[in-house]
Design a protein around this ligand. Structure first.
Ligand SMILES: [Mg+2]
Length: 365
């Protein structure tokens, strides 16, 4: 292999994929999901990355990141990452810039693994053979039948022993319906499955504590964003008042944010498609480990899989209905979560995925 393998091109395309039914949580509703897919090329190989965000992230790749990345060695991914990080200083790194950097970083790690002919997890250094997942959906927009079908499918048909539903409906103004849905969820999944909830920051602090008290009867063991993840004191208050694990982190765009967050939660959620890719995931996981905390991957399960295989303090990945549907539809090599774990092919190069461009073309924007 030549010592120098310069990155030749970064190409991107954006796709807008309608949901299979209206989806909503406590503080947001959506009818489609946009993904920005990146292909990075060097040495005759192509790496695949993506983020869920807005197409403007792709334009930012063209305008800013391509000239930073191309010409640098595809073997030195952290060097490219830090160069990209510096290049967006004046644009503001959180948000769109972070999603663009994340998608490129993910593509570059895949590219390097393919150049070396190894599974990405082995390049990173695997510490496990399989990755636990939890079924995630249970949207507030679902009726009782939709909720029962989805949760029953995960637990009874696929054998996934942990599921999560959305609560905090209408910015925390529908507590009785939230609690009725929690009760229904417990009844559907039975006593053996773990039951998680996500309020997406919908409740005021003391409402969240009262909801946590009432959910204890239903064995809820994970309370995600009970209050806004900007309210670290509020997260601490709820964490200290309830037996359920309080989790947050899906809007973490950089390492300094997580340095603050680790003082406020029981489990740190990290989104590789937002936080700065696999390079930053590894640093955040180390930070969490230093605080005796696990990390959990937020959404986009196939982006997280190889990084999760290489993370000692990994708790689980989110088998998020919307993204599972998209990734199963548009990637050859997508996994299934039978038994509640992903078990990747360790001999497949890179992330083991191929983007099905022809199938995706109808969604291109
Ligand atoms: Mg969430």
């Amino acid at each position: 292999m030549p010592a120098d393998l310069p990155i030749r091109t970064l190409d991107w395309a954006a796709y807008r994929i309608p949901t299979d039914a209206p989806e909503a949580d406590g503080t947001f509703a959506w009818a489609a999901t946009t993904m920005v897919v990146v292909h990075a090329r060097a040495g005759g190989e192509t790496g695949l990355g993506w983020t869920y965000g807005a197409a403007v992230a792709g334009h930012l790749i063209d305008e800013v990141l391509t000239s930073v990345a191309c010409g640098r060695s595809a073997l030195d991914v952290p060097a490219v990452y830090h160069a990209m990080h510096r290049a967006v200083r004046n644009l503001g790194r959180p948000g769109v810039a972070a999603t663009a950097i994340s998608a490129v970083d993910v593509a570059l790690w895949d590219l390097k693994a393919r150049l070396l002919g190894v599974r990405l997890a082995r390049l990173l250094g695997a510490v496990r053979e399989t990755v636990p997942v939890y079924g995630s959906g249970g949207f507030t927009s679902y009726d009782d039948r939709q909720l029962a079908n989805q949760l029953g499918g995960w637990v009874k048909e696929q054998g996934i022993p942990r599921v999560k539903i959305k609560i905090g409906e209408s910015w925390g103004h529908a507590v009785e319906r939230d609690l009725a849905r929690v009760a229904q969820a417990r009844q559907v999944v039975g006593d053996a499955a773990e039951l998680f909830v996500d309020a997406n920051g919908g409740y005021p602090r003391k409402t969240a504590v009262r909801v946590a008290d009432r959910m204890a009867d239903h064995g809820v063991s994970w309370f995600e964003e009970p209050v806004s993840s900007d309210d670290l004191d509020g997260l601490r208050l709820v964490r200290d008042a309830t037996a359920a694990d309080v989790a947050a982190g899906e809007y973490g765009w950089d390492l300094p944010y997580f340095q603050r967050l680790v003082t406020a939660v029981d489990c740190v959620q990290v989104d590789v498609t937002r936080c700065g890719g696999i390079t930053e995931w590894q640093r955040i996981a180390a930070l969490a480990a230093a605080h005796n905390l696990d990390v959990s991957g937020h959404c986009a399960p196939h982006v997280h899989l190889d990084a999760a295989l290489a993370t000692p303090n990994l708790r689980h990945l989110e088998w998020f209905h919307d993204h599972v549907r998209i990734e199963s539809m548009l990637f050859d090599g997508a996994g299934d979560a039978a038994g509640g774990v992903l078990r990747p092919d360790r001999d497949a190069p890179g992330n083991g995925l191929t983007f099905k461009e022809a199938d995706a073309s109808r969604y291109r924007i």
